[in-house]
Design a protein around this ligand. Structure first.
Ligand code: AMP
Ligand code: GLY
Length: 435
């Protein structure tokens, strides 16, 4: 098969790495890819993965390429082409593509859509309201006693969320998003939610429109600094499994979320073929969905795909074809930890183009894979090119081993101003130690 992967982050490097292991793949492009995707080779043929200089929002150019090369399956990594309707366009042109269509992608592209859907179909979530009028948003914040999550309705790269614990703070948040438009047009409407307390986990489920197959648990670290301090980021590190649930509890949480969600999709004629990633808060009152994403998490993908034993091409094909029911997903019992190395200043401003050294020394370590995210090749050297630069991932018997391996690799890699959280997986290791 010929495959095309869209995106350029750590998630896409992990997808490319895993897909390249499939005996089904004869040719693989990544558009636009990064310095890491371009170094992968296909297990079946030994051929190199090729980066393709087309951006993920150049939908027509991507479709033209897929048609000209007779690509058998295009795999969409990030959310923005999904929200732009890339799946609908490819389907109209008879091109096979993996990911939810535009209507189904609204679970991520509109928080208001998701929130209303959850209320309609009894998916466990929190009190919330959607507002286009700042005064009404402020009133609802006051009703919640100022303990709120104030979110820009549109896509804001995971950054358009402000958490507040007092009425004054909540007012300032509404002002920042709606009046000063700190996140641009995404803040024309806001969703105000009750602030939930508990342990947050990531769920992933592969869906084919009728069936949803749940992955094991993972946990992300969204804040920039140790101890969950600092600004929200796209994610500073992940680990899997997240030992806050037994297998039976995970299955129950999965059912509580996915059963009403799937019933709602079928009832409304929403054909979700892709990856549903609910962010879930485990509260004293039970699981509550914080948000839905309509794609693989980044950096959840890095830990999931280093645990997945099944063939990813077969799974994604079944998701496209509506044949998931027959598929088994097999997961390695080992734990996996991904530590993100970010540019100094991220999620604020940062410089690009800084040389990265030590990648080979890190790659020589056992049970370790350095996924590239914001990297590029410049005059034959790997340089920084984005906020999240690398996802240093390692696995082993238990979280502690995986964590120690990941940090051993991190410590071999240098670039100026590199920023790393040092407490990735600490919460999970703390809990595991109690059993
Ligand atoms: P989101 O982009 O909606 O996932 O929000 C970013 C982060 O803010 C989430 O990962 C949570 O850590 C936090 N968050 C979002 N909504 C809430 C909420 N209603 N209560 C508590 N924390 C929240
Ligand atoms: N792990 C955060 C995200 O993918 O949105």
């Amino acid at each position: 098969m010929k495959l095309l992967v869209l995106g350029s982050g750590g998630r896409e490097h992990a997808l490319v790495w895993k897909l390249a292991q499939s005996p089904h793949v004869q040719q693989l492009w990544c558009a636009p890819g990064n310095a890491g995707t371009a170094t992968e080779c296909l297990r079946a043929t030994g051929a190199k993965v090729e980066n393709l200089p087309i951006a993920v929002d150049e939908l027509t150019r991507l479709a033209d390429f897929a048609a000209a090369q007779r690509v058998d399956l295009t795999v969409v990594g990030p959310d923005n082409p999904l929200a732009l309707g890339i799946v609908d366009l490819f389907q109209q042109r008879g091109l096979r593509i993996w990911g939810p269509n535009r209507r189904a992608a609204q679970f991520e592209s509109s928080k208001a859509f998701s929130q209303d859907f959850m209320l309609r179909h009894g998916v466990p979530t929190m009190r919330s309201g959607t507002f286009s009028d700042p005064a009404a948003a402020r009133r609802f914040c006051a009703e919640l006693g100022g303990r709120c999550a104030v979110k820009a309705d549109g896509l804001a790269l995971g950054k358009g969320v402000l958490l507040t614990t007092s009425p004054a703070e909540a007012e300032r948040a509404v002002d920042e998003i709606m009046v000063q438009q700190a996140f641009g047009a995404a803040g024309a409407r806001v969703v105000v939610q009750e602030l939930l307390e508990g342990m947050e986990i990531s769920l992933h489920a592969l869906c084919d429109g009728r069936v949803a197959k749940l992955f094991p648990t993972a946990q992300d670290h969204k804040r920039a600094l140790d101890g969950d301090q600092g600004l929200n980021t796209g994610g500073m590190g992940t680990y899997s499994p997240a030992p806050f649930l037994t297998d039976a509890e995970l299955a129950a949480v999965g059912r509580a979320v996915l059963d009403p969600w799937l019933r709602g999709c079928v009832a409304e004629g929403i054909d979700f073929r892709g990856l549903l990633y609910p962010g879930v808060m485990l509260t004293a009152e039970g699981p509550r969905v914080l948000e839905f994403n309509a794609r693989f998490g980044d950096p959840e993908t890095q830990v999931y795909l280093t645990r997945l034993e099944s063939d990813l091409v077969e799974l994604l094909s079944a998701s496209v074809d509506g044949t998931l029911e027959r598929m088994e997903m097999s997961w390695s019992p080992h734990a996996s930890v991904c530590v993100v190395m970010a540019s100094g200043g991220y999620p604020g401003n940062y410089v690009k183009g800084l040389p990265i050294t030590g990648l080979e020394a890190a790659a020589a370590l056992p049970d370790t894979k350095v996924f590239h995210a914001g990297t590029a090749l410049q005059d034959g050297r790997v340089v920084t090119q984005g906020g999240r630069v690398l996802g240093v991932t390692a696995w082993g018997d238990g979280l502690r081993t995986a964590r120690d391996r990941a940090y051993a690799a991190v410590d071999r890699i240098q670039f100026e101003g590199a920023h790393v959280r040092r407490d990735i997986a600490a919460k999970g290791i703390g809990v595991a130690a109690k059993f």
